[in-house]
Design a protein around this ligand. Sequence first.
Ligand code: C2O
Length: 556
Amino acid sequence: QTTRRFEFNVEWKNVTRLCHTKPLLTVNGEYPGPTIAVHEGDDVEIKVTNSIAQNTTLHWHGIRQLRTGWADGPAYITQCPIGGGKTYTYKFTVINQRGTLWWHSHHSWQRASVYGAFIIHPRMPYPFSVPIQDEFPIIFGEWWNGDIDSVESEMMKYGGGPDISNAYTINGLPGPFYNCSNKDTLINTVEHGKTYMLRIINAALNDELFFAVANHTLTVVEIDAAYTKPFKTKAIMIAPGQTTNVLLTATQVPDSSGMFLMAAWTYLTSVFPFNNSTTAGFLQYKNPMSTDHMSKHPKKVTIFDPVMYNFPQMDDTKYYTKFDDNLRSLSSPRYPCNVPKTIHKRIVTVISLNLQDCPANKTCKGYANKRFYASMNNQSFVRPTVSILESHYKKLKKSQYSTDFPEKPRRPFDYTGVNPIAKNMNTEFGTKIIQVPYGTNLEFVLQGTSFLNVENHPIHFHGHNFFIVGKGFGNFNVSTDPAKYNLVDPPERNTVAVPSGGWAAIRFKADNPGVWFIHCHLEEHTSWGLASGFIVQNGHGPSQSLLPPPKDLPSC
Ligand code: C2O
């Protein structure tokens, strides 16, 4: 058994992008943060030192944390934050997982700059036979010229967006479409005829993105660290929180620049005046015959029009839906698809934005002079000030949560209408979560609404992977839709993009004792309350029980 040790120092570092220099929160001074690379089965220890005045926590997104919920990271869910000047060592084992995941801060909006790749090399050879020449991380993010704390507090104070970032980035670089950014452009070098693996991560705070490479086809082989049946596509769609591995074969004959554009641009269901920016880099062909007259600088590009490249446009829901339908578990003898065929419990939850009247003498920037909140079953999640996991483990009487989350919408609903003001816009505030016995086969139906729903909600579950057994537009119908579920090879993920104005049904076995956060990975929506959680109780014996807390676990 190998133990891989990492030291992460959370610290400020002056970083310049778009000709703005500002202190940026980083790990070890790197932006994006360092890549963690381990092997399937390894023990991992990451010693985190907090060298800033504010609190912090780190989360290993998609790592199951079997029985080690103490190392999961969401602030006040599984741990109290690491205070300024303090350290905490996250310890866990990577059990039966392989592929591309990522890590990020799970405290306030720190993940705007505190994130990086988490790569698990498989124990077995890849299930596809093409030899891989090399691999690249492709991590999308967002850059703000201003300070992220003030973006966050404005958004909470006025209850509205859009909280537009100044640029999207690939590997921290905005690329050639932004002013003052030509030199901050990612260039990946490839050789003609060779195949590369792109480990694509969407770490952006608030946007789903299309990604494509001019003149090249991508073969999707893995999503959220689970192998898929390989399929070819021009573009992929990736929501915040999700990861996608694709293979790319350098088949083209390049022009004298040797460059092909790699671009990521926003997906929205209709073209809005905001969020229309695009980040890009280049694939550069190595040409052994004429290396020296190849240009060292990317082609100057000023306007991005997806049509010019034969890419889908930003509101191409048809393209996206088709892409999504192609995602299927590999479902092979070595990597079987363990989707529960039967369930013990179905939880139907509406996920929605909500509106609240603006307090007197206040300014609100939501919709129709009101402010936004967000909820699950009209319940806006309020983060406690002590760790739920600790309260649960110690069976504290004075805990700040209750286990009475409403398991179906509390009022009849119809969210298919086009009227932007849907029914049942009000929300209640509290820390209500779900509790189930060890081994429960759970189904969640996540029902989106039609209210101002211009984007999908990427709903992320901690501590478990799930299978997306069904998806559709309009209202979920409990008497007809379950009959159409895919229980053969549904995609396995940790984050599902619930279609705008539609629903997604997911299933999994709750076999990881602990407390697990559920939330929208659009950071703005989480802040407004689109979150909940679930407790999985201990089963029989130590192998089905949560481990005791580590000695250095921070206290509140
Ligand atoms: Cu990527 Cu709760 O996190």
